[in-house]
Design a protein around this ligand. Structure first.
Ligand code: HEC
Length: 163
């Protein structure tokens, strides 16, 4: 969390320093402004998780196991970021809930991907989706209902396995 905030502050400081240089002919501002840092909320992480969830299905459906491995890795990374950065969100113990709900289903999915077993993959994927929804229900967000994607929303990406 700290490292993230420090990096962000550093990046913002650099970009405002750059601006100052570009406008070097204009008079310097009276007092230096403190850089503002942006901190994403849980909804922003979830938006990324939604994309990873959809792409994971599309990759598995296309039997693109390399892509499925990658996509599940991305999904895990975002959940790990949530655990590091937002372990509690509006009094919801999100970090602990991720351990309790997600870890087992993710392990099952990894097994199905490693063995290229589509039928096991689809069962585990549906369990993952149920886990998403059980957390939404527990977190008073029952109206956020996740399901298997019916089609690709990513017409610029080819999900078929590379030769
Ligand atoms: C640990 C609990 C938890 C788990 C597990 C979880 N979510 Fe969420 N999700 C939330 C909460 C809480 C919110 C509401 C965030 C807010 O209020 O800003 C949310 C919001 C969302 C949203 C709405 C974001 C938006 O702005 O459109 C989507 C989509 C979403 N989750 C997808 C998923 C998917 C897909 C999974 C499973 C792969 C998942 N979530 C797993 C707790 C969880």
């Amino acid at each position: 969390m700290q490292r993230f905030a420090v990096l962000l502050t550093f990046a913002l400081a650099l970009s405002s320093a750059g601006q100052g240089h570009a406008q070097s002919s204009s008079p310097a501002p009276a007092a230096p402004e403190l850089p503002k840092s942006y901190f994403p909320g849980l909804g922003e992480f979830m938006g990324r998780i939604e994309v990873d969830h959809a792409k994971l299905w599309l990759a598995g459906e296309a039997r693109n196991w390399d892509l499925a491995t990658y996509q599940l890795g991305e999904l895990k990374e975002v959940f790990a970021d949530v655990q590091d950065l937002l372990p509690r969100y509006q009094n919801i113990p999100v970090g602990e809930m991720i351990d309790a709900i997600m870890t087992g289903t993710i392990t099952d999915l990894e097994g199905s991907i490693a063995t290229h077993d589509f039928s096991k993959f689809s069962t585990s994927f549906d369990k993952l989706t149920e886990a998403c929804n059980s957390c939404h229900q527990a977190a008073n967000r029952p109206y956020i209902a996740i399901r298997r994607p019916a089609q690709s929303n990513f017409s610029n990406q080819d999900f078929s396995p590379r030769k």
